[in-house]
Design a protein around this ligand. Structure first.
Ligand code: PB1
Length: 350
């Protein structure tokens, strides 16, 4: 049993807030950001309307208004142009996007919670989340040693939280030990503990250029029907020293959010993944739903299930919507339906 340390989980005001119950609030939103190689990069992501890959030198352009509106936390994902190899060497290259972004944002926004995703898939030539043996199978021990190195490098670059999304066995204990070895034991670990294999990660893989070159991730992401396996993973990661845990995908796993909430004594976060985000965006564009209402409704569902905070690509827009701003102009079809519903309700009123 790993010695239990509480300080990492309360080392930042946002982390302390996560320890308490709460509903939809700007304080409990985490915005995933794609940070890319290159200068003056702003690349819209076709599969994720409204989201972009950002160069480090343009992060202030996108974060100044969001932080001014109340954004409290970001989750950084690196996107590299070249330099992929078998070990994901560029992940912790000091000149790589995430270490550079951490150094910049730690100074630019002293109160913003900086969460760095820790994984290899965006940096390996094979696109898997770990290191492979020559026969193509996963080498778990080599993988967790490499992931621990990356997590320690991100902590040294300024991450308040490291978030291993790889799903290797016992990487949390390895990361906890690595953080101690570089005297960063107050860096928190947000483990993607209950992460199911899902068809809903496709837009992310396009954004991060992180699709596996062969096969899939079912050998290390949890099988969707595995409720009890997810609970075993949650309990194991907390025992190994996770300060908070993530459940993903989000809406398809509300049951797991609730079970996780009842099973472990650390904050449970929900991740509204890229496919969920894209579905709502495209449904709204087709006039099937009102985007603001759908985003607010799903956010409320995550909190009702027991999430202390929510990772969502809607974060910057939810800042305004939670403050009462109306969404972008609604498609005519949605406006027409709302008008009919109002007229019908009026006629039926006693
Ligand atoms: O928004 C998303 O779809 C999240 C995808 C997620 C990021 N943590 C992973 C899913 C995947 O590509 O298998 C990336 C894994 N490191």
């Amino acid at each position: 049993m790993t010695p239990v340390e509480l300080h990492p989980g309360i080392g930042h005001p946002v982390l302390r807030l996560w320890q308490a119950d709460g509903g939809p609030s700007p304080d409990r939103l985490i915005w995933p950001l794609f940070v890319a190689d290159g200068r003056r990069v702003r690349e819209p992501i076709a599969a994720m309307p409204g989201q972009c890959r950002w160069g480090v030198d343009r992060l202030r352009e996108v974060l100044d208004p969001a932080v001014a509106a109340g954004l409290r936390a970001v989750l950084l994902f690196g996107v590299i142009g070249e330099g992929r190899d078998e070990r994901g060497s560029r992940a912790d290259d000091p000149a790589a996007p995430v270490p550079r972004a951490l150094r910049l944002l730690r100074t630019a926004y002293p109160d913003l919670l900086l969460i760095a995703d820790v994984c290899l898939c965006a940096y390996t030539s094979h696109g898997h989340c770990g290191i492979l043996r020559p026969d193509g199978s996963l080498d778990n021990e080599a993988s967790i040693a490499r992931l621990a190195q990356i997590a320690a490098a991100y902590a040294e670059a300024g991450a308040h939280v490291v978030a291993p999304s790889d799903m290797m066995d016992n990487r949390v204990a390895a990361i906890r030990a690595a953080l101690k070895s570089v005297r960063r034991s107050t860096t928190a670990i947000l483990s993607y503990a209950a992460k199911l294999a899902s068809c809903l990660y496709g837009p992310f893989r396009e954004a991060a250029r992180s699709a596996p070159a062969f096969g899939d991730r079912r050998a290390y992401q949890l099988p969707p029907p595995s409720r009890r396996l997810a609970l075993r993973a949650l309990r194991r990661d907390v025992d190994e020293g996770a300060d908070a845990v993530l459940v993903k995908p989000g809406l398809p796993c509300l049951d797991l959010v609730r079970e996780a909430r009842d099973a472990v004594a650390v904050p449970v976060l929900a991740y509204q993944v890229s496919g969920e985000y894209a579905m709502l965006c495209h449904a709204a564009a087709a006039g099937a739903v009102d985007l603001r209402e759908a985003a607010l409704e799903t956010l409320a569902a995550f909190h009702r299930a027991g999430a202390s905070a929510v990772v969502t690509y809607f974060a910057p827009r939810l800042m305004g919507w939670l403050a009462g701003d109306r969404a972008e102009p609604r498609p005519a079809r949605v406006r027409r339906r709302a008008r009919i519903e109002r007229l019908t309700a009026r006629r039926r009123a006693p």
